[in-house]
Design a protein around this ligand. Structure first.
Ligand code: AMP
Length: 421
């Protein structure tokens, strides 16, 4: 039997939710523009190689969560599990590093796909907004990216953002730390989960990301990254923190934060938000500095910094914490005409209002006054405009304020002037 059920981990957004998702995306887009980030659009599918190379063979994303398939030409394709790799591929394909000023400042928004176990705030298709700065060479650029993230969250309506931050240092620091972790876990790894045993072989830093409860006992006393940062890395991290301090950005140092992807170096960070009711959807956004990704995908050696927000997490938290700013599916006005002979006038009136940016609707199905009023209320219209024979004759239309049912008679021109934006 045919199966028309929605796929597990997917959702439909409509009306109020869809409106707010678009509003959030618009705000993010506008804030990033004020920091000089221009949009980039890249495909939602790329060669599987791109993601295995960039996210790292040992990452959960690659080992467990990719939507892989072969196309009809036998190519190995994956739906993107995150957008950064595709953006870096596009930077290389289009030689943006050679034709545009560095650092490139790019912003994106669109779906990503991960074959995860669906739960609150966790979908298999979800939307990410993110920024990437490519060709960076100093701590100011890292700090600017983080400040943009906090600023954007404030502008959406999140006033108590928790910024967790850590440095995983340069390659030399990470090599030293990796050795220390191997030593530490050497006599414990047999008792840990199979994923950690795999991580131990490929990338022991990943063990710190483990969510298995029994493993936490071992993880909590593991060596700390901070103790293995060399002087260059320490100085770099201190500069980022100083810039955040100078700009009144609060943060929490978190030395367990290593991030799930292989390509990071130096500063890594996550944005969290816990509502007054205690709702915590995990990270609402995350990012960091990375050194090798452009080169890994065939370009020159360029360092980058960026982050991604999860739109669904932002949306559901915002709905809870700020119902007053949550956009409603409402209309400025609903037009009702009495008698088909007034239909053309109503039709024209609606267009005049729309040309003046008034959100207006009308039923074009010759409804009665009573039915129209019901619809206007259900559509959350602020005003109703009544067009009947007398109104047309005198150019005086009833403008009814639906909140208190009071009405005034006004000319078409006055109504347009009153409602226009
Ligand atoms: P990541 O690349 O894993 O750091 O993800 C960046 C952001 O995307 C996270 O902070 C989340 O807000 C969001 N995100 C990641 N995975 C999912 C998912 N499965 N469903 C919804 N949002 C997600």
């Amino acid at each position: 039997m045919a199966n028309y059920q929605p796929q597990r981990g997917t959702y439909d957004a409509y009306y109020e939710d869809a409106l707010n998702i678009e509003k959030i995306e618009h705000t993010l887009h506008e804030v990033a523009l004020t920091y000089g980030y221009f949009p980039i659009h890249t495909p939602i599918y790329e060669s599987t190689d791109l993601f295995t190379r960039s996210a790292g063979e040992s990452s959960d994303i690659v080992t467990k969560e990719m939507f892989d398939f072969q196309d009809k030409g036998g190519r190995n394709i994956s739906l993107r599990p995150e957008v950064t790799a595709g953006v870096m591929r596009a930077v290389v394909t289009n030689k943006l590093y050679a034709t545009k000023d560095l650092p490139l400042k790019l912003q994106y928004c669109g779906p990503s796909f991960r074959y995860e176990r669906p739960s609150a705030g966790r979908y298999r298709q979800f939307n990410q907004f993110g920024v990437e700065q490519v060709g960076v060479n100093n701590a100011y650029e890292d700090a600017e990216t983080i400040i943009l993230g906090v600023d954007a969250l404030h502008k959406i309506g999140f006033n108590k953002v928790i910024l967790k931050i850590n440095s995983i240092g340069d390659q030399a620091s990470r090599d030293a730390y990796r050795d220390a972790l191997k030593d530490y876990f050497n006599d414990k790894i047999d008792k840990m989960c199979p994923d950690c045993q795999r991580r131990y072989q490929v990338n022991p830093l990943r063990i710190l990301d483990c969510k298995v409860k029994e493993d936490q006992e071992f993880v909590k006393d593991a060596p700390k990254m901070g103790d293995y940062l060399n002087d260059v890395s320490k100085e770099r991290f201190a500069s980022v923190l100083r810039l955040l301090d100078d700009n009144n950005i609060e943060y929490q140092l978190d030395d367990t934060l290593v991030r799930g992807l292989d390509y990071y170096s130096h500063v890594v960070f996550e944005f969290h938000y816990i509502s007054d009711n205690g709702t915590n959807l995990g990270a609402i956004g995350a990012g960091g500095h990375y050194d090798n990704l452009v080169k890994e995908v065939g370009g020159p050696e360029l360092s980058s910094v960026g982050f991604a927000f999860g739109i669904e997490r932002l949306n559901s938290l915002l709905k809870e914490i700020s119902p007053e700013t949550y956009a409603k599916d409402e209309l400025d006005a609903y037009i009702v005409y009495l008698g088909v002979e007034n239909k053309d006038i109503a039709f024209d009136f609606a267009h005049t209002l729309r040309k003046n940016n008034v959100k207006v609707d009308l039923s074009l199905q010759d409804k009665s006054m009573k039915a129209s009023l019901k619809i206007a209320l259900r559509k959350n219209a602020k005003y109703m405009i009544v067009i009947g024979e007398d109104e047309v004759k005198n150019n005086l239309y009833q403008l009814k304020y639906l909140i208190n049912q009071q009405q005034v008679a006004m000319s078409k021109e006055d109504i347009v002037n009153k409602l226009k934006k």
